[in-house]
Design a protein around this ligand. Structure first.
Ligand SMILES: [Zn+2]
Length: 250
């Protein structure tokens, strides 16, 4: 049954001009409320995928999707998880992905004394260096929580902070479609996008992130974006520095 035929039959059945007019008004109002598609970004615009809290059992799937799409990303890894999944960390490096320091076991650094802040960052940087041969130059604070003391200690270790512009909220497992829309509806040129390939205690289910990633990549490409990394394989920082205040808590 064609749409035009069913519409004609509905109009014949209803026969009330008032109801038909009201229905037309509802349809017009609904179409007026649909937001227009975002304008295409300027040519050459990039966005930056970042994955936190890994490595984990989900990391190989994320890496293989990135490889299949030819898309770079930056991984902010937890030291204890790198020690548990050393081959995944080494695969990130071998694939040319950026790797950053996300502390040893994901504490809120603003609650710790200076020597423990230093130890959290340094032990993770040492683990990354031992496994990949490259010392990290970027870090991201767990929960986006930092203060002047924390950033000073990180700077003294050669670590430059990178927060994020777009929060996928993937760790709340809101459903693949919501993860996709949280990202693709909120990007702008140079946006740093927060996703998760692991979790602090390695119990987090990241299958929705794995399922969402190809659609995120394809949709952003369709919008006119390409993808960049925040750090090169040799540890040189590249790309945007991102916001100085976190967008929510990761
Ligand atoms: Zn984290």
């Amino acid at each position: 049954m064609s749409t035009a035929w069913s519409l004609r039959s509905w109009v014949r059945r209803v026969r009330s001009p008032a109801i038909i007019a009201a229905a037309v008004a509802v349809v017009l109002l609904a179409s007026a409320c649909v937001p227009p598609p975002p304008p295409p970004p300027p040519p050459g615009s990039k966005v930056y995928l970042t994955f936190d809290d890994g490595p984990s059992v989900y990391t190989p799937q994320i890496l293989s999707e990135l490889k299949a799409e030819g898309v770079p990303a930056t991984f902010f890894v937890i030291g204890a998880n790198a020690a548990q999944f050393p081959s995944s960390l080494q695969q990130e490096h071998a694939d040319g992905e950026g790797i950053g320091d996300h502390t040893w076991d994901h504490p809120d650094l603003t609650t710790l004394p200076p020597d423990q802040v230093r130890s959290e960052l340094q032990s993770t940087a040492d683990e990354i260096t031992n496994l990949t041969g490259t010392r990290p130059t970027l870090w991201r604070p767990p929960y986006g929580a930092f203060n002047a003391q924390v950033t000073q200690i990180a700077s003294s270790l050669g670590l430059s902070m990178r927060l994020w512009d777009v929060d996928s909220q993937d760790w709340t497992m809101p459903g693949t479609g919501t993860i996709v829309s949280n990202v693709v509806n909120n990007v702008s040129p140079n946006a740093i996008i927060l996703l998760h390939d692991g979790s602090p205690d390695l119990t987090g289910d990241r299958s929705q992130t794995v399922a969402a990633l190809p659609t995120i990549i394809d949709t952003l490409r369709g919008q006119g974006y390409s993808f960049g990394a925040l750090v090169t394989i040799s540890g040189a920082t590249t790309g945007p520095t991102g916001p100085s205040v976190p967008i929510g808590r990761e």
